[in-house]
Ligand binder design. Structure first.
Ligand code: ADP
Length: 495
């Protein structure tokens, strides 16, 4: 049994989807298309126009014209109202968007409905309010070589112009929202390239954005592959900034492309291998919390709590408890009621994650739960808990981006910060203890952009999110995101 498909969803995937450029639906200049499969079955879900460099260039020109024209002429209040309406329309179409997300990405429909869709709407609502609150400041200056001369100085915060946004497949709609919200609130125009694995909700969002009254060309959505469409955006000389979420490996390519072209500004939200630390005095809810930290979204979260450290006295109890939860998770297609974990997003990802499981086993790790494929159809991987690992193993050092937890014991507070920080990444971290001063002391020592105490995977549009070290540059969400979408201009007048 599966959830009955919304009529709009059937219609949407029933015909080949085109690129959205300058407010129009258009084929790729090359005429090429690609398929997006349903990861629960491996069968074709929909056919999509495949944008490449020529289409990206068309979209950038449309975005530039909108930036030089209607979008910049609108008042902040008018812009804010359109952004707010986008949030409203997402909520009005919540079931439909959740179904599309589930079909394309594989995540349970109920999860998309409870988390992805409302969080996306909330992001637009939150950012809509900022459109009228972008301010500069006045500054008193004293110029030593111009004694006795008075000045009036102030700063302006201005949009960057045309922004390229390249997003991943793990939260397709939500990542589009995280990117579009602050860019639009600060008055920029956008060319968005969704991940080739999951283009559907971004394309449906483009329709809703147009319905919200957005002028043509302000938001352009060009699906295509990373090496062609994505690379063209990163290398384009008329793109003022690229905001990227994806792997650290591709993040470095984007940095190189910026350096080799027009030195466009960058924000990067990259990989992670986040530590989740459970102390002896933790509440029992830490066990479920640790399971949720890694298994939410099938471990396909850049911030997944993939390294579990449990203090010696509770190690067996906590790790056995997480393994029991792993074994009880109901796997199935995202659209089947009762499914708690769906398939991984793609065959490539399936091979990657099962490859890590093999490497863990051959390095001598033990699978306390899971350890392999689930079923023989689609891209399902069992929720897995690995123990008996060493710090130098690939499964401990590298980001797996799947439902695979490595667990190890620790003895005291003094050593755990060093162990937790022993990673090239620094995105998230979790701490579970009843001793709140211990928690805050450790939170300070952890080199991570987000620290959760007695909770995990708590997101809000008002909380800045981003990484230390090789987990990225800059912050998304919160008012910090606005800074990364504006230039500051200092204006000085001699009085
Ligand atoms: P993953 O390996 O998890 O798929 P990626 O970092 O490869 O993550 O992909 C994230 C996004 O980056 C996707 O939209 C993808 O198309 C894009 N991408 C991949 N390679 C490149 C590239 N060389 N230049 C620009 N974008 C790319």
């Amino acid at each position: 049994m599966t959830v009955t498909l919304d009529r709009n969803v059937e219609n949407f995937i029933g015909i080949p989807r085109q690129l959205f450029i300058n407010g129009q639906w258009t084929d790729a200049a090359s005429g090429k298309t690609f398929e997006t499969p349903n990861p629960a079955t491996g069968e074709t879900l929909a056919r999509i126009a495949e944008g490449d460099a020529e289409d990206i260039d068309r979209a950038v020109r449309a975005a530039r014209a909108a930036f030089d024209g209607p979008w910049s002429r609108m008042t902040p209040s008018e812009r804010g109202r359109i952004i707010w309406r986008i949030g409203d329309l997402i909520l009005e179409h919540a079931d439909e968007l959740a179904q599309l997300e589930s079909l394309d990405n594989g995540k349970p429909y109920g999860v998309a409905q409870a988390a992805d869709v409302p969080l996306a709407a909330d992001l637009f609502h939150y950012m809509a309010g900022w459109a009228t609150k972008i301010e500069g400041s006045t500054i008193s200056i004293s110029v030593p070589y111009m004694p006795g001369v008075n000045f009036h100085s102030y700063t302006l915060r201005e949009p960057l112009g045309v922004v390229g946004q390249i997003i991943p497949w793990n939260f397709p709609l939500l990542m589009a929202a995280w990117k579009l919200g602050p860019a639009l609130a600060t008055g920029n125009c956008v060319v968005l390239k969704p991940a080739e694995q999951t283009p559907l909700t971004a394309l449906r969002l483009a329709e809703l954005i147009a319905a919200a009254g957005m002028p043509d060309g302000v938001v352009n959505v060009v699906p295509g592959f990373g090496e062609t469409a994505g690379a063209a955006l990163a290398a384009h000389n008329d793109v003022d900034k690229v905001a990227f979420t994806g792997s650290t490996e591709v993040g470095k390519l984007i940095v190189a492309a910026s350096g080799a072209s027009n030195l466009k500004k960058l924000t990067l939200e990259l990989g992670g291998k986040s530590p989740n630390i459970v102390f002896d005095d933790a509440d029992d809810s830490a066990i479920e919390g640790a399971a949720n930290a890694i298994f939410f979204n099938h471990g396909q979260c850049c911030v997944a709590g993939s390294r579990l450290f449990v203090q010696q006295g509770r190690y067996d109890e906590v790790v056995d408890g997480v393994a029991e939860i792993a074994k009880s998770i109901k796997m199935g297609p995202g659209m089947e009621p009762g499914t708690q974990m769906g398939p991984l997003v793609s065959e490539e990802q399936f091979r990657r994650v099962t490859g890590y499981l093999e490497s863990g086993k051959s390095d001598g790790a033990t699978a306390l739960a899971g350890g392999g494929r689930h079923g023989d159809r689609g891209y399902f991987v069992e929720p897995t808990v690995l123990t008996g690992t060493r710090p130098d193993m690939k499964v401990v050092r590298e980001e797996i981006f799947g439902p695979v937890l490595v667990a190890s014991p620790f003895t005291d507070l003094d050593e755990i910060a060093g162990i937790a920080n022993d990673s090239q990444y620094g995105l998230g971290a979790g701490i579970w203890t009843r001793d709140i001063s211990k928690a805050h002391a450790l939170a300070k020592k952890l080199r991570a952009g987000t620290v959760w105490i007695n909770c995990y995977n708590v997101f809000d549009a008002a909380l800045p999110f981003g990484g230390y070290k090789q987990s990225g540059w800059g912050r998304e969400m919160g008012h910090q995101a606005l800074e990364a979408y504006t230039e500051v201009k200092a204006v000085t007048t001699q009085l």
